[in-house]
Design a protein around this ligand. Structure first.
Ligand SMILES: Nc1ncnc2c1ncn2[C@@H]1O[C@H](COP(=O)(O)OP(=O)(O)OP(=O)(O)O)[C@@H](O)[C@H]1O
Ligand SMILES: [Mg+2]
Length: 679
């Protein structure tokens, strides 16, 4: 086995290179273009039967490495869908199923016109199956097999759509990991739809496992996938580069006798310049392809949007004759109720034999048409509305690419031109979610073209999420509600303010939005501060909000707002006060020493008064007030509102003595008695 790194020829079945130690891939048993699984009997479903009590099997659509795919009709919701019945060996491993479920959860979130919708993973008896949107058309691989290489215009047209689908998926964090032409469906209008999002990742390992089992097709595999390294959206961009290469040259950049030799080339070999194979490829386009396929992922396009921009620019520069324009299609008689009168007339005129002819030939023809992609051949028009009876409906929009619904039925994207029977139709133009929807009516007359041109106005949505939730959201000063919240905005720019009380940091930002949904997610920062308390002298006990926090000097972290602080030290006056901590705070308190000597005053008053001691109300008399006071001079005021009288007495307490004041408020007569300390 040749080492991919140093090219040393190792004996077969060696797991690492004898010269440089590089890991070697062991098995060559991997089939091309199929997702490899271990062989086991594969379940089958018969056409016409009902599976899981719900899905009527219409036809087999194809088979891949993981199982068979059927077109079914869901009898519950009366809709066609595709059902992939998984081979049993995939379903035996619980962790694979868990991964599947998890991946589908994400993949299901992708709603985009170029991505096939994934629905569900379910189990019927022992069989697991996945349901997804049914995509009529032909997969790109089959189209390429038939058509060989395709024109530059068509290839760009398809690649741009794949890019758009990828961009949306990547925006939602979903990487395809198995992008290949087999997983791109081309419908009859030439539009591309990516299949199987979220499936490849679920399979155990990526790239080549130690046992030599390969997951995914080596033809489109990025070097990092070959290495089974952690991969991201840039691997999908690599795969799209290979697909572009194949569409434009009709060959794959790397070919080999075994899948493993191809995988190794993805890692080590430079792709031949696509321009050497097809001179119609411009230098610019060839650079775009080679940039997608750069081995070093940091040097590739980092995002699908960037690739899209370059493709759009190349597309704009193409001569008109080379540009690919989606086919202008006549409406089919069998698909619309407005066409029934004509169909009835047709049926009335033909004989039974004619009817059988219609059923066999025309309807058969239609089915084929439904399943064939338009990139290879233009659509056959056998059963179109006769041009002599029809009028035309032409709908354009700026920007192009808006979905057009005629009488609520999806008809394609703008620009669109249909042959249609005369009448008045309701039309809706929708380019979700970036533009506002338009509803209108259009009247079509025989052999006339009715045109409508719309300029779509952008819709801006802002989704605001915060951790924790429940923050107030204001946009341009107007209160909108609490997070999480989604609001529609009338314009592109806005000022967003988020507030969740003083404990949390506010957000105030000016935003410029993109049309569509814009996500704004932030974790709010909790604001806390420290409080340091010192006392002179130190050693006082401190409590905050009733909780002891320590002895001074003391520091408490994680505070915000108003607290009640208490500082106590024996022999000193207790301090109790509110404190506000809205910044880091440091405070020093001078403790006031309690005097050793405390005297007492006894106050007896008649008939009634409020008593103030040194300016502070200490009570009312009668009954008698007994008050401890510090040694020294004190002012006592007796106030009687009833008598409109205030009598002030200056009193000196020496040592621990007790003095009694007897006061008659009416006469103003007072008596001061000096008692001994026991009294
Ligand atoms: N949602 C769908 N709608 C219509 N046809 C589909 C759908 N999904 C798959 N098919 C058809 O079934 C075929 C087999 O698909 P499947 O995904 O099983 O195999 P694959 O993509 O070739 O290989 P792999 O198993 O590696 O993905 C496709 O090529 C396509 O023609
Ligand atoms: Mg597939």
């Amino acid at each position: 086995m040749i080492c991919p790194k140093c090219h040393f020829d190792n004996p077969a079945d060696t797991s690492s290179c004898g010269k440089c130690g590089e890991h070697l891939f062991l098995s060559n048993k991997v089939p091309r273009s199929k997702t490899e699984t271990i062989l086991a009997p594969k379940p089958e479903l018969s056409v016409g039967t009902t599976f899981a009590g719900r899905y009527r099997i219409i036809e087999e659509l194809g088979r891949g490495g993981m199982g068979k795919v059927y077109k079914v009709v869901d009898s519950e919701i009366k809709e066609s869908m595709a059902l992939k019945l998984l081979n049993p060996e995939i379903a035996v491993d619980k962790s694979t199923l868990d991964r599947f479920r998890n991946e589908l959860k994400f993949a299901r979130k992708i709603t985009h016109k170029n991505v096939c919708r994934m629905y569900d993973l379910n189990k019927e008896k022992e069989n697991y199956y996945i349901t997804m949107e049914y995509m009529p058309g032909e997969d790109l691989k089959s189209s390429l097999r038939r058509a060989g290489r395709i024109s530059v215009g068509k290839a760009i047209f398809i690649a741009k759509q794949v890019c758009e689908g990828l961009a949306e998926a990547h925006r939602l964090g979903v990487v395809h990991r198995d992008l290949k032409p087999q997983n791109i469906m081309i419908d009859k209008k030439g539009n591309a739809h990516i299949l199987d999002f979220g499936i490849a990742r679920s399979l155990k390992a990526k790239g080549i496992t130690v046992t030599g089992t390969m997951i995914g097709t080596p033809d489109y595999m990025s070097p990092e996938q070959v290495e089974a390294e952690e991969i991201d959206q840039r691997s999908d961009i690599y795969a799209l580069g290979v697909i572009l290469y194949e569409m434009l040259t009709g060959t794959l950049p790397f070919e080999g006798n075994t899948p493993l030799s191809i995988a190794v080339k993805q890692k080590t070999e430079k792709p031949p310049n696509p321009r050497d194979l097809n001179p119609k490829i411009s230098e610019e386009l060839s650079q775009v392809i080679l940039r997608c396929m750069t081995k070093e992922k940091n040097r590739r396009y980092q995002k699908a949007e960037h690739l899209l921009t370059d493709l759009e620019n190349i597309d704009k520069g193409l001569p008109t004759t080379d540009k690919f324009l989606p086919e202008i299609e006549f409406k089919k008689a069998t698909t619309r109720k407005h066409l029934v009168p004509w169909a009835l007339l047709f049926i009335a005129v033909i004989t039974i034999t004619g009817y059988l002819f219609y059923d066999k030939v025309l309807r058969g023809g239609q089915k084929e048409q439904e399943n064939s992609a338009m990139i290879a051949e233009p659509i056959a028009e056998e059963n179109s509305v006769s041009a002599s009876q029809s009028g035309f409906m032409e709908i354009n929009s700026i920007p192009e690419g808006a979905g057009v619904y005629i009488d609520n039925k999806y008809e394609g994207i703008t620009p669109i031109k249909h042959g249609i029977l005369p009448g008045t139709y309701r039309i809706r133009i929708k380019k979700d979610p970036e533009y506002e929807e338009i509803s209108d009516e259009i009247e079509v007359k025989t052999r006339e073209t009715s045109s409508k041109n719309y300029v779509l106005s952008a819709a801006y949505f802002l989704e605001v999420k915060t951790v924790p939730e429940g923050a107030d959201v204001r946009i341009d000063g107007n209160y909108k509600g609490k997070t999480p919240i989604k609001v529609e905005l009338p314009k592109r720019t806005c000022r967003l303010k988020i507030e969740k009380g003083g404990e949390w940091s506010n957000i105030d930002e000016s935003l410029t939005l993109n049309p569509g949904i814009n996500s704004f997610e932030r974790s709010l920062r909790r604001i806390t501060h420290s409080l340091s308390i010192k006392t002179d002298p130190p050693g006082a006990g401190v409590s905050i909000g009733g909780e002891p926090i320590g002895i001074t000097p003391v520091k408490k972290m994680d505070l915000f707002g108003n607290y009640y602080i208490k500082i106590e030290k024996k022999g000193y006056e207790t301090i109790e006060e509110p404190i506000n901590v809205e910044a880091d705070t440091e405070k020093t308190y001078d403790l006031i020493k309690l005097e050793n000597k405390v005297g007492k005053i006894i106050l007896k008053v008649h008939p009634y008064a409020n008593v103030f001691l040194d300016g502070k109300l200490i009570g009312e008399v009668p009954p008698t007030i007994i008050q401890e006071v510090k040694e020294g001079k004190h002012t006592i005021e007796f106030v009687s509102q009833k008598l409109s009288k205030k009598i002030t007495v200056e009193l000196e307490i020496n040592g621990e003595e007790t003095k009694e004041i007897r006061m008659n408020m009416k006469s103003g007569k007072k008596e001061i008695l000096k008692l001994n300390s026991e009294q």
